[in-house]
Design a binder for this molecule. Structure first.
Ligand SMILES: [Zn+2]
Length: 253
């Protein structure tokens, strides 16, 4: 059975219109990490192949590692149904056509491979496939990766659940300014260990143990963190570099 699935996944991978992460022009001038990432891809054991059983019929872009497929497709109807009235309000100034649904294998905090999903802007879909492929190649631990709609698009609830996510049509807290998340142009990674800190305000509110960044603890994103290096090599800005507010979980374009 496993061999069959292995072969099927291989065939599928070959038949899909695959775009390599290498073929894109990478901004290597300030950070050559993107190239290093490609070289660092290890052999993946076949062991967990059948833990991933997505279908890729509508995939328009894929990258692979071993037999694992990182795919992007137009937002499927059932996903759109989940999003409408939650992360995607009626008055959204972005159309569903501009968004893509990504399926992304990842390693969880216990080192097990899980199925992740994410909605993002079409403009960064390919780069996110490459970024999450790079994170996978290093077994970079991610706690959970579900759409915010599973939390009723409540950002605080999603962050408290330590959920990694991207699209959510919402404003920057305490302002009338749309967040880059509203355009699907920002990703939050492991938000519990990497809170957003503005003065006394901590988001999520349960993250007070992780506000002091001079402390050493697992899953901390700092300037030397692999995830930070990969994102910035794809021209994402990191919220941990901001002056007035520190948003350690946040990467945006
Ligand atoms: Zn964010």
């Amino acid at each position: 059975m496993r061999q069959l699935m292995f072969a099927a996944a291989l065939l599928l991978g070959l038949s899909l219109s695959m775009v390599s992460c290498n073929s894109r022009q990478q901004p290597v001038s300030e950070n050559p990490k993107a190239d290093i990432v490609e070289e660092a891809v290890p052999q993946i054991e076949e062991e967990a192949v059948d833990t991933i059983s997505w279908t890729y019929d509508d995939a328009e872009d894929t990258v692979m590692i071993g037999t694992y497929v990182f795919a992007s497709q137009p937002v499927p109807e059932e996903v759109e149904t989940r999003m409408r009235g939650r992360s995607f309000p009626d008055n959204a100034k972005i159309s569903m056509d501009q968004l893509r649904y990504l399926t992304l294998p990842y390693y969880d905090f216990d080192g097990n491979i899980q199925k992740g999903e994410m909605v993002c802007n079409k403009a960064i879909a390919h780069d996110l496939l490459c970024i999450f492929r790079a994170l996978f190649s290093q077994a970079y631990p991610i706690y959970s990766m579900h759409l915010v709609d599973d939390f009723d698009a409540d950002d605080e609830a999603s962050m408290q659940a330590n959920n990694t996510s991207c699209f959510n049509y919402r404003y920057i807290t305490g302002t009338k300014i749309l967040s880059r998340h509203a355009y699907g142009m920002a990703v939050d990674i492991n938000p519990l260990q990497n809170p957003c800190v503005r003065g006394k305000l901590i988001q999520p509110s349960t993250a007070e143990d992780y506000v002091d960044r001079s402390k050493d603890f697992p899953h901390k994103i700092d300037k030397d963190d692999y995830c930070k290096k990969v994102f910035t090599s794809y021209r994402f800005r990191w919220g941990g570099n901001w002056r007035r507010m520190k948003d350690y979980q946040h990467f945006e374009r």
